[in-house]
Design a binder for this molecule. Structure first.
Ligand code: SF4
Length: 359
């Protein structure tokens, strides 16, 4: 299976152990919702995020007291999770951003808190000296009425003038349409001025549950399938670790995550020849850990083989209680009982050298 989405070219930006940009996987990030001064509680949440698959975690840093707390948190993360990057999220004070350079792997700033002049240049110099990346994060609600893209470009130009290239940019909104259009415009503006900076994607205030997941998937997914976006955050109300599987599912749906099998299925209809949802769950359980392949579960041979044209393997209803297995478009085992079908599919994948035991 090949990746279906060509990425917009960007430079690489190093965020501690994680590198983002078009030469690298789209990185999933999240943000703690603890009081940063509660070092233990924050670190526990980071542990849960890491376990879920998050490799960039953002921690809120409203003042100098939190800078010291973050220093301890970063030390713990570097010791226990050397593959995880920590980002300091600065709300108001440029002095806090300056203090964070060299402590965290990336500083996220809101340009609304800068004059755009000397104070920002001082941060660039400090970050350059300490190998700290910056995210210029513009949110729709905090531009004071200014156009988000103009705002972001103004700060990116300062980065360019001062030869600072370790910068990621985002323009976020809670309105999905505004967010998507702004990101597209930002990319056009950057490309017109030769600025291949990586883009971070997210829909703010997405909410929770199905609504929040769909809003995020629509906004982030619309851009990812166009090849835009190098890091993403699914902002959901609730435990941050719950954001990670949603982000991973979005990446997989957009053809950008090959770490797990892509398992598709028909919706079922009057022609369906077995209990589709039960079989689908079983196939996910047995084969979900196999990265890089696509398996289709189809209820009948009337439309199944035609509809699964881009799948690597097919599990297709061949008669009442009978299943045929496909490799691509070719039938390789016919009329197996359901009991025989799963072991036969395992054997087929072993023959093809793509099976591995789940860890
Ligand atoms: S593949 Fe067959 S069973 Fe599945 S929805 Fe299409 S016609 Fe119905």
């Amino acid at each position: 299976m090949t990746l279906s989405t060509p990425r917009r070219y960007t430079d690489s930006v190093r965020i501690g152990p994680v590198v983002v940009g078009s030469e690298h996987s789209v990185a999933v990030q999240s943000m703690t919702d603890t009081d940063t001064n509660d070092v233990e509680g924050t670190f526990e949440q980071i542990c849960r995020l890491h376990r879920a698959g998050c490799r960039i975690v953002r921690v809120t840093v409203p003042g100098m007291r939190e800078v010291e707390a973050v220093r301890v948190i970063v030390e713990q993360v570097r010791r226990i999770f050397p593959d995880m990057a920590v980002v300091g999220d600065v709300h108001f004070l440029p002095s806090v951003a300056l203090a964070l350079a060299g402590v965290v792997d990336k500083v996220r700033i809101n340009p609304g808190n800068y004059s755009g002049g000397e104070d920002f240049v001082e941060l660039l110099d400090r970050c350059k000296a300490t190998c700290t990346a910056i995210r210029i994060g513009v949110n729709h609600g905090s531009t004071g009425g200014r156009d988000m893209v103009d705002y972001a470009m103004e700060y990116l130009r300062v980065c360019r003038r001062h030869d600072f290239d370790q910068v990621v940019v985002s323009v976020k909104a809670s309105d999905v349409g505004v967010m998507v259009r702004s990101c597209r415009e930002l990319v056009l503006a950057m490309d017109a001025e030769g600025m291949p900076f990586p883009l971070h994607l997210g829909v703010t205030e997405a909410g929770n549950g199905l609504d929040g997941e769909v809003r995020s998937a629509v906004g982030i997914g619309a851009l990812l399938v166009e090849g835009l976006g190098d890091t993403i955050r699914v902002s959901l109300t609730g435990p941050p670790e719950d954001e990670i599987p949603v982000a991973q599912a979005i990446l997989q749906a957009c053809g950008l995550d090959r770490s797990r099998a892509e398992i598709i299925a028909c919706p079922g209809c009057g022609r369906t020849l077995f209990e589709l949802s039960r079989v689908l769950d079983r196939v996910k359980r047995e084969f979900g850990h196999l990265g890089g392949i696509k398996i289709a579960v189809m209820g009948c041979i009337v439309n199944g083989p035609g509809e699964m044209a881009d799948a690597d393997y097919g599990y297709v209803g061949a008669g009442r209680g009978l299943v045929s297995l496909y490799r691509g478009q070719s039938v390789v085992r016919k009329n197996l009982t359901e009991r025989e079908a799963i072991p036969a599919l395992v054997a087929l994948l072993k023959d093809d050298g793509v099976w591995r035991d789940s860890s």
